[in-house]
Design a protein around this ligand. Sequence first.
Ligand code: GDP
Length: 189
Amino acid sequence: NTLKLMQTVYEIDQLEQLPVPQIILAGRSNVGKSSLVNCLAERKKLAKISATPGKTRSLNYYEVVPHGYYIVDLPGYGYAKCSKTERAKWGQLIDRYLEGNAYVAAAVVLLDSRLTPQKNDIDMISYFRQCNIPILPVLTKSDKTKQGERAKIQNKWQDILHVKPLCVSSKSGMNRTKLWNLLDKTAMP
Ligand code: GDP
């Protein structure tokens, strides 16, 4: 599998219904979302790795080649330095994207493997659950944590979510194939 960037949406009025299965990628700014897109695509610069976290405020639509389903990369949330208006705009764009969208198969929620469960992550997950979107939790930067520490964080998330997060690393490629298999199975049941 690989990814092809098809569209970048900054404004609500650019949103169009896309009648193919979609998997959301969501996570706090700096969690490693762009790096994961690049890792999945096996390309170095498909998604811009943010030098200034929280700067990208767009929805990025990637087609999964050759299957034809989409991965929709949502703008990172919870960046402290972004203004209230910017945050409101973020919420509106996501609300509108999800509104009446029956094609969303799941949300991959990226969580930092070094951090205990954070409130903004739990809020995001609750929001997706309210929209009846299944959650696929993924722990990022797993190359940075020792297995024991990672297992503890993984168990904490499992207690909260009742699903065990998959540990990945964009640096080492840990569980890249497993994640692709999970995405394929979810989008093409
Ligand atoms: P985004 O804001 O969520 O898109 O995060 P980025 O992909 O831009 O990554 C944020 C920072 O974390 C960058 O400095 C990356 O090099 C680093 N990073 C991302 N993924 C990994 C990983 O799997 N391992 C390690 N060691 N660093 C990572």
